[in-house]
Design a protein around this ligand. Structure first.
Ligand SMILES: [Zn+2]
Length: 286
């Protein structure tokens, strides 16, 4: 019996190494910066769309439903900015949490602004952190009190227990009331959108989901979050990420790598209100 593997086995091993190398290069090699735009910056978009694919079995709102609501409520429901300027708005949901200070550090180091849709129950007791986020130039929005799926709930619960309660906390803690809200799971009824319109609030969904919430995609850590953005980046994107609701160190690391990558492609990081040209806060009642 030979001490060496048979020629077939060696060939098989060589093939395996080649496949692993290919996969590694794909996953670890930094991709080229975004290609230059082919559309003039101020050309209006024909429609608003989620660019990232739908995932089965995650109870997501069908992407065409999100696009449909944006089309039915122009200027009130947003998936993305209305034209083709090289602007991008990173948004972070479910905080503030343990990883939020590290994320603020990264954003400050890059002199980049972002938008946070925070939960009232997580904001309570974190006044210094919230004041720091404001001082750093970030925009704060309302993501309900404790993240229920609210579509079939009544006004008393929907407003008094969830959105209104969070508005009151923002007002008492920081002296401002957000005008931007993001419904948990992106799930909101047309009637609720109309009620928010009466209250002077706008619904901010997203056009690009990095899926940093999806544990199945995290085998390659922050690289998959980066890829989640890089493969679908587009002008005036609103990007969904998270600063709480689980360990978010990989999200923080991905943001650290993504900001220089985006800037190399000519993108400027802005808050959602800057992107849309709208007011982020209502004048708080005295
Ligand atoms: Zn959320």
């Amino acid at each position: 019996m030979s001490r060496f593997p048979s020629p077939w086995l060696r060939l098989l091993l060589a093939l395996l190494v080649a496949v692993l190398l290919t996969v590694s290069v794909r996953e670890w090699w930094p991709p080229q910066p975004p290609a230059p735009s082919t559309v003039p910056a101020h050309t209006p978009k024909v429609s608003q769309q989620v660019r990232t694919p739908y995932l089965d079995n995650w109870d997501q709102v069908p992407l065409q439903d999100m696009a449909g609501q944006a089309a039915r409520f122009p200027g009130q429901v947003w998936l993305e900015g209305p034209t083709h300027r090289r602007l991008i708005a990173l948004t972070f949901d479910d905080g503030p949490g343990e990883d939020t200070p590290a994320l603020l550090d990264v954003l400050a180091r890059h002199k980049a602004r972002a938008t946070f849709f925070w939960l009232g129950q997580n904001l309570a007791g974190r006044k210094a952190l919230a004041q720091r986020a404001l001082a750093d130039g970030h925009t704060l929005g309302n993501h309900t009190w404790d993240h229920p799926d609210m579509v079939d709930t009544d006004e008393a619960y929907w407003w008094d227990e969830q959105l209104g309660r969070t508005q009151a906390l923002y007002r008492d803690m920081l002296g401002l009331e957000p005008r931007l809200m993001r419904p948990p799971y992106g799930h909101i009824s047309d009637a609720q959108i109309a009620r928010l319109q009466q209250k002077g609030m706008q619904v901010i969904l997203w056009s690009l989901d990095t899926q940093d919430w999806n544990r199945n995609r995290m085998l390659f850590g922050r690289h998959n979050i980066e890829r989640g953005l890089q493969d679908f980046v587009h002008e005036e994107a609103i990007v969904l990420m998270h600063d709480a609701g689980g360990k978010r160190g990989k999200t923080v690391a991905a943001v650290d790598a993504l900001i220089p990558w985006l800037r190399a492609g000519g993108y400027e990081l802005v808050t959602v209100d800057q992107l849309l040209g709208i007011q982020p806060y209502r004048q708080a009642k005295p």
